[in-house]
Write a new protein. Structure first.
Length: 390
């Protein structure tokens, strides 16, 4: 549905048809524009959960749970201004109409109306199938480790969620999922995946089940799954991976300090490794994100372990991340650090002093070039002459 031309879609071949005649010619009804819709969560235990309802054609209605996936929930929670998704579930028992069915989102759409679906009010559902979601105010974050392998590049996949380590179920586990795990750990790629607790059974919670990544996500939290700690597995189904290449670790001892007193800048330093290039990315502060946004500025440092970020706005909080790059592979970003730039008032230019007489007494007239900007006050200080003071 996202192809730019019908020729990009799968088909039998040009002119190749099986058992068709013109009585089977297809048609479509197009929309002049994508409708601007609103969403809300109704009848939940709090503002972060509830039945998904859509305001379309001047009426609130529901969405059927057929083919509902994690990516759809991401779009709903994002529309409501929430940072992440905990799970989706069949909430049931809204009221007419059921606006959408068989919704299929990528996850990066700005509105549920941008996603593929059967058409407005085209459905074969009852309100017992109304979908609900549970959102999170912050983006879900996982730490990852491999346990039970003979080297650091292999083992049972374990995730840390809310301070507790747990495992991942092998249902639908494939190489795209393993690739995301390996890259989170700083490895360039995945060699193989394993199922049925090949690296031993874990303990504690099974954090994720039915994981479905496309392989390009930065973290497993961005992949589709059944919901946090929602599974039908035992630890005999714990998933594992074997990663390829050499591991690039997260940069350590990163510090961010104000730059020199006569410039608006930040000095970033870290504990570096010889022969490794580092990428420093920075953006104005957003405390809800753990990794740089797509529009963050970046600086590449091929030698040394520090850089000066210049051209910044005064009195502004910036977030800074550092990542290592080796042989074309980028490792994980350091934890986000924040610092506030110094507000610098520039030196006054064009100062002149002329002698005069005012009211019969000697006077001095002082003038200068005004500094651009509002709210600036000038202080003129004067004393009898001493050639030794600056």
């Amino acid at each position: 549905g996202y192809e730019s031309s019908l020729s990009e879609c799968t088909h039998k071949g040009w002119g190749a048809q099986r058992g068709c005649d013109h009585s089977q010619d297809v048609g479509v009804i197009c929309s002049a524009s994508i409708p601007n819709v609103q969403v809300r969560l109704a009848d939940g235990v709090d503002s972060l959960s509830g039945r998904v309802e859509v305001y379309y054609n001047s009426q609130w209605g529901t969405i059927c749970d057929d083919e509902w996936g994690f990516s759809n929930s991401k779009v709903i929670c994002s529309m409501l201004g929430h940072g992440g998704v905990i799970r989706s579930y069949t909430h049931g028992e809204g009221s007419d109409p059921i606006w959408l069915d068989n919704v299929n989102c990528r996850g990066d759409e700005t509105s549920i109306a941008d996603c593929l679906h059967e058409g407005w009010a085209v459905q074969d559902c009852s309100h017992s199938e109304d979908i609900g979601v549970v959102c999170s105010d912050t983006q879900i974050e996982f730490s990852v480790r491999l346990v039970g392998g003979s080297t650091a590049s292999e083992g049972r996949v374990e995730l840390n969620y809310n301070g507790t380590w747990g495992t991942v179920c092998d249902d639908d586990w494939d190489s795209n999922d393993g690739r995301v795990i390996c890259r989170m750990l700083g490895f360039p790629d995945v060699v193989s995946i394993s199922d049925q607790a090949a690296f031993g059974e874990g303990s504690g919670s099974i954090i994720l089940d039915e994981v479905a990544c496309n392989g390009h996500e930065k973290t497993i939290a961005e992949c589709s799954h059944s919901g946090l700690e929602i599974n039908d597995c035992g630890h005999s189904e714990d998933a594992g991976v074997v990663c390829a290449g050499n591991q690039i670790t997260k940069p350590q001892c990163v510090t961010v300090m104000e730059g020199s007193s006569n410039s608006v800048s930040l000095n970033v330093s870290w504990c570096g490794t010889c022969g490794v290039t580092y990428i420093v990315r920075y953006s104005t502060s957003n405390g809800t994100i753990s990794e740089p946004p797509s529009g963050a500025a970046s600086v590449s440092v091929s030698s040394g372990n520090s850089t000066l970020l210049t051209g910044l706005n005064p009195s502004t909080v910036y977030n800074v991340w550092v990542a290592a790059v080796s042989s074309g592979t980028q490792g994980p970003y350091s934890n986000r650090l924040s610092a506030t730039t110094r507000s610098i008032t520039p030196r006054v230019q064009g100062v002149t002093v002329t002698r005069g007489v005012s009211g019969g007494s000697p006077s001095l007239t002082v003038s200068w070039t005004a500094v651009s900007g509002s709210g600036i006050t000038y202080t003129v200080r004067y004393s009898t002459s001493s050639g030794t003071t600056t």
